[in-house]
Ligand binder design. Structure first.
Ligand code: SF4
Length: 187
């Protein structure tokens, strides 16, 4: 049974991080505890511009219920969001707005690109449409499809959870990460 199917059929506690256990004690690293807490309490900011946004509404509703993954609290303020979910066609005129939203998010932040339009411009191979949001901001996970089904969006969120859980404290201060942001003109 897949992780998604298990979550669909029963409520389960968050998995304990690896560590040493004995009578009356449990020892693990701070990084693992923080990773577990972050993984299970991601606050998404939905940046939905068109049809993929409708699939996201289904993902939030009772049949699929993103709340089962600790993400029912949507943040429409970038300052309190961890995960930017971009869903829909992004016109070039909207690019600077999307980038500003990303820049207003505090670190650590992650980006999920949902659907063909956000990931590559989709069927809109035209002068006015951005051919993928990774031209203006770094993307962590891409969800294919036009539109992707809610199961695919949930799968994308699970992939983000994996990254969140296993990210080291040092990554955001590393020269590689700074170089990545600099390549997008972000300080
Ligand atoms: S990928 Fe398809 S469903 Fe999603 S916004 Fe583009 S055209 Fe609409």
């Amino acid at each position: 049974m897949s992780e998604l199917e298990v979550k669909r059929t029963k409520l389960e506690m968050a998995k304990m991080p690896e560590g040493m256990e004995g009578p009356g004690f449990f020892v693990t690293s701070l990084e693992k505890v923080v990773g577990m807490a972050r993984k299970n309490s991601i606050w998404p900011l939905p940046f939905a511009t068109s049809c993929c946004g409708i699939e996201f509404m289904a993902t939030m509703a009772s049949h699929y219920d993103l709340g089962r993954f600790g993400s029912e609290r949507l943040s429409f303020s970038p300052r309190q969001a961890d995960l930017l979910m971009v869903m829909g066609t992004i016109a070039k005129k909207m690019g600077p707005v999307l980038k500003q939203v990303y820049e207003q998010m505090a670190e650590p932040r992650w980006v999920l690109s949902v659907g063909a339009c956000a990931s590559s411009g989709g069927i809109f191979d035209t002068y006015s449409v951005l051919q993928g949001i990774d031209r203006i901001i770094p993307v962590d996970v891409y969800v294919p499809g036009c539109p992707p089904r809610p199961e695919q969006i949930l799968d994308g969120v699970l992939k983000i959870q994996e990254l969140v859980e296993n990210e080291s404290f040092r990554r955001r201060d590393s020269p590689e990460y700074k170089a990545l942001l600099n390549s997008y003109g972000i300080e």
